[in-house]
Design a protein around this ligand. Structure first.
Ligand SMILES: *Cc1c(COP(=O)(O)O)cnc(C)c1O
Length: 372
């Protein structure tokens, strides 16, 4: 068999991620690869940190991009902060909360699970009760924007509860960063991770992470060695830290970081509040069009993620056949349901560069034509 260069068909990506990558970001990716300890590259890394601080709305010195996808950002937070024998309250209202439990248990720590129904936000009252029942809990972990269900939880309130009980917060912002309001410092988030390929609309494979002062203190006062070498942030700090010499830890994904730099610059140029508003506007347009098609949302209006719209598949419609036709005939990807929503829901993403009027129009027209 002769193998030739791979040229993917351009698609419109309106699923749960990766999202459409803008031409500006794709062209940044093709710039010449330089050494990862080249002074020019180090200067760019410093700008990535500064742009990430803006995106996260934080002054945290330790704000970096982990050289691996969002799942590695999740693991970075748990593996550096949580030690065997400690107790973590973990909120589970979808797939990603379940993965947090898995992370906690693999570290030999205890997960106290606060469950909410899929499609509902985390209930702050249950979290307060969990702290009353488990005063030994040192952490609260939750997913801000549950991509598996399309529900947004009240991160600000959840962080307040954790602070009242002297616990550190670990927050999954993989889908929320750049798409909905998120204020790390104002809300007092201690450790947070995100992803490059959702509302930042960068290529997949990078995970922005930020640790606040209390998380750094916990990290520096651990009684046990961090069980992962690659994700050990005390080592990674020497690679990303501002002053003095950078020490080699691993080889950064040089070109992917150019792409992240460009996507974060686009976010800064647009303005964070404007980006949040754009997601909301496009969500409203999609919602109106879906209503005309008789398609209903799963999540209550008050807790809906604008960037991830979970809708019920109409009765008698073949889930896989529709998604396949959208892909083959319209080059349009929407997401399937996950977990309890498998076969019951579609997940229509309006993330980052995909949150544009032409995408909404294409999606609505294509769905209309296929469902007819
Ligand atoms: C996508 C996602 C992840 C995992 O990110 P990967 O880049 O796929 O590893 C984690 N949490 C949430 C909420 C996500 O949407």
């Amino acid at each position: 068999m002769t193998i030739s260069s791979f040229h993917p068909t351009p698609r419109t990506l309106m699923g749960p991620g990766p999202s459409d990558v803008s031409p500006r970001v794709l062209s940044a990716l093709g710039r010449p690869t330089i050494g990862h300890l080249d002074p020019e590259f180090i200067g760019m890394m410093d700008e990535v940190k500064e742009l990430l601080q803006y995106a996260f709305q934080t002054k945290n010195e330790f704000t970096i991009a982990v050289s691996a996808p969002g799942s590695a950002g999740m693991e970075t937070c748990f593996v550096n902060l949580v030690e065997a024998g400690e107790t973590v309250i973990v909120c589970v209202n979808g797939v990603f909360g379940m993965r947090m439990v898995e992370n906690v248990e693999r570290l030999g720590a205890t997960a106290i699970v606060v469950s909410d129904e899929w499609g509902k936000p985390v209930d702050p009252k249950k979290v307060t009760q969990a702290f009353i029942d488990h005063p030994e809990a040192k952490f609260l972990a939750f997913v801000h924007a549950e991509t598996s269900t399309g529900a947004l939880s009240d991160a600000k309130t959840l962080c307040q509860i954790a602070q009242q009980h002297d616990a550190l917060t670990i927050v999954d912002a993989v889908t929320s960063l750049g798409g909905v309001e998120l204020r790390v410092d104002d809300w007092g988030i201690d450790a947070i991770y995100a992803g490059s390929q959702k509302c930042l609309s960068c290529v997949p494979g990078i995970s922005p992470v930020s640790f606040g002062p209390r998380a750094i203190e916990k990290l520096n006062n651990r009684s046990s060695k961090i069980p992962s070498w690659f994700l050990d942030q005390t080592l990674v700090m020497g690679y990303w830290s501002g002053k003095g010499k950078r020490s080699y830890h691993h080889t950064a994904p040089v070109n992917s970081l150019y792409a992240l730099h460009e996507s974060l610059l686009m976010l800064q140029n647009e303005g964070l509040e404007n980006a949040w508003a754009r997601h909301k506007t496009q969500h409203e347009a999609l919602k109106a069009g879906l209503k005309d098609l008789g398609i209903e949302f799963i999540v209550d209006e008050a807790h809906r993620l604008p960037q991830l719209n979970t809708v019920l598949i109409p009765d008698g419609v073949d889930d896989a056949a529709v998604r396949n036709t959208l892909l083959q005939e319209f080059n349009l990807e929407i997401g399937a349901g996950l977990g309890v929503f498998a076969g019951k829901a579609w997940r229509i993403g309006l993330m980052g560069y995909a949150a544009r009027s032409e995408n909404v129009a294409l999606c609505l027209a294509a769905l209309k034509s296929v469902l007819k």
